[in-house]
Ligand binder design. Structure first.
Ligand code: PEP
Ligand code: MG
Length: 583
């Protein structure tokens, strides 16, 4: 382990809080090798057999852990991997290479890659999935041959900070949250899977650290600061002690707030404000429920689709949606249909790169162009609807026609299921994200069609101010409190009110203490946020005077700048001057 402290690594602050622990490095090892000919076939065969046996033992161990913590479904993928290890056709191709004098590495890779290329060239999603499995298995055996065994999150036994290139949904499925002190990744942004997963699980995270991460060796002590986007490598004792004091304070504050978990969200003067959770998978529910989520305000279903080469089928989707609806036991669950494109790539669709992906073929645009894919999701949602209070939400709606078209597909699938005798809930609210300024401006018209609006402030701010938050050069223009943003939110609420529709906010702004009185004052009655923000925001709502919030919001709309708005909020609510830790 390297000893002295080195300069801290910086990245994107993806999930708040502090965490310290030894690095658990998931970065893939360098698997390059030399191809050699004229080798002793028997000796190379023996090396290969040893690597196969070690790989088999690895996979069996991971499978048992996955089965124990997550159930049979998650273990099935590892059964497929075990079958590949003993596949006779693959073995015959490897044997031919060995008999031709190749070293075991070259024989293995040559044979596997022939099958991988063949599977990938066929337009069959099942075989493409087999290609991905085979690549996984090939890498594992190769790693053993090279004496650089792969690590898996399922191998985590001691508290640690996870260091990875990125975390795929299948990685996080194996993660034991109680042992993870923090997450640091080389790539990714605020909306990457790793970031959202970390926020959902309440783990401090810094993402997008870059290549520098590859220099971290296993066991190196790391201090992750998820608020500042900083990772100290081998921190000084004093720095660790200060962080521990801060963590203790945060834990005490959390314990105090836990007493509020069962309280209904309602302002001091009686206005109902529902406090709901944003989730990315059913695995996020326990933390959301612990924090007293009164519903799920945003289930980002794209995480079922990302980080894999194939699309989830209707059954897989149905099971995930049903698990969330049942987990929430009758409380409202807003499930958002597929929102890919922009910064969320969908490898299974093989879409060509675009000049302006954020203004391009994404979310509902893609779904309406690919009804074959969209209908599968809609059917899964409709089938799951009988298990709770499902609300379906369409993302990135820009025009009224898009909403109508999406709703028409939903209605068609409903009619089809009913004709097939499949039960579907009688009433399902169907709403939309308001994250494109045009939708906010036209909210009166949209309110005649949609049952509710949920404001996606992350995108709304970016599109309204034409500023990408991840671009350092223009980050100062990404201003949640800009009066123009407040005006768009106010306009959305006013349009909704003409038809008695409810308005929520499910972007990051919902969890921001400075924005909260403004949102409530503008007419928002549901706030959906990552689980760790729920308790502090509940305390804030319980103490809030909605009348005073309305006066503040009306005043804010007359101001010129985001800075003036912030000053007005702080002067109306001086207790907000202090940032609470970990919120
Ligand atoms: C919630 C939102 O959607 P996402 O962050 O998933 O784009 C948003 O844009 O605010
Ligand atoms: Mg969005």
């Amino acid at each position: 382990m390297p000893d002295g402290p080195s300069s801290p690594l910086t990245g994107i602050a993806a999930s708040p809080g502090l965490g310290v622990g030894p690095a658990f490095v998931l970065l893939p090892p360098d698997l390059t090798f030399e191809t050699r000919s004229g080798q002793d076939a028997a000796a190379e065969r023996a090396r290969l057999e040893a690597a196969l046996a070690a790989s088999r033992a690895d996979i069996e161990r991971i499978r048992e852990r996955a089965r124990a913590s997550l159930g049979d479904e998650h273990a099935a993928i590892f059964d497929a991997h075990l079958l590949l290890l003993s596949d006779p056709e693959l073995d015959a191709a490897i044997t031919a290479g060995l008999n031709g004098g190749l070293n075991a590495e070259a024989a293995l890779v040559g044979a596997s890659d022939t099958f991988i290329t063949m599977f990938e060239s066929l337009d069959d999603p099942y075989l493409r999935e087999r290609a991905a499995d085979l690549r996984d298995v090939r890498n594992r055996v190769l790693a053993h041959l090279l004496g650089k065994p792969l690590t898996a999150l399922a191998d985590l036994r001691e508290p640690a900070v996870i260091v990875a290139h990125d975390l795929a949904p299948s990685d996080t499925a194996q993660l034991d949250r109680s042992l993870v002190r923090g997450v640091v990744t080389a790539v990714g942004g605020r909306t990457s899977h790793s970031a959202i997963m970390a926020r959902g699980l309440g783990l401090p995270a810094v993402v997008g650290v870059g290549e520098a991460l590859h220099g971290i060796s296993p066991g190196t002590v790391l201090l992750v600061d998820g608020d500042a986007g900083r990772v100290s490598v081998n921190p000084e004792a004093g720095e660790v002690a200060a962080a521990q004091v801060q963590m203790q304070r945060t834990a005490e504050e959390r314990a105090r707030l836990t007493a509020l978990a069962g309280r209904e969200g309602r302002t001091a003067d009686g206005l109902r404000v529902e406090l709901a959770a944003n989730i990315g998978s059913p695995a996020d529910l326990p933390l959301a429920l612990e924090a007293g989520a009164e519903g799920v305000g945003l289930y980002r279903t794209e995480f079922l689709y990302l980080g894999r080469d194939t699309l989830p089928d209707e059954e897989e989707q149905y099971r995930a949606y049903r698990a969330v609806l049942e987990g929430m036991a009758g409380r409202p669950v807003v499930i958002r249909t597929l929102d890919v494109g922009g910064d969320k790539a969908l490898p299974a669709l093989n879409l060509p790169p675009e000049e302006n992906p954020f203004l391009g073929f994404r979310a509902i645009r893609l779904c309406l162009a690919r009804p074959d894919l969209f209908r599968v999701q809609l059917r899964a949602l409709l089938r799951a609807s009988v298990h709770g209070d499902l609300r379906v939400m369409f993302p990135m709606i820009a025009t009224v026609q898009e909403f109508r078209a999406a709703r028409a597909l939903l209605d068609e699938e409903r009619a089809r299921l009913t004709a097939e005798g499949v039960p579907v809930a009688e009433h399902i609210q169907v709403g939309m994200m308001v994250e494109i300024p045009a939708a906010a401006v036209l909210s009166r018209q949209f309110a005649r069609e949609a049952d509710f609006f949920s404001i996606g402030s992350n995108d709304l701010i970016g599109y309204a101010l034409a500023a990408d938050r991840l671009n350092e050069q223009v980050a100062n223009l990404y201003q949640p409190l800009n009066p123009a943003i407040l005006a768009l939110i106010g306009q959305t609420c006013a349009g909704a009110a003409t038809q008695n529709r409810w308005v929520g906010v499910c972007g990051e702004m919902a969890g921001d203490p400075l924005a909260l009185p403004l949102l409530v004052g503008l007419g928002v009655t549901e706030l959906s946020m990552s689980a760790p923000a729920l308790l502090p925001r509940r305390e804030q709502v319980l103490k809030l005077d909605a009348g005073k919030a309305r006066e503040l919001a009306a005043h804010a709309l007359t101001l010129d700048t985001a800075q003036e708005v912030e000053a007005a909020v702080r002067s109306a609510f001086p207790e907000l001057a202090q940032r609470e830790p970990g919120a």
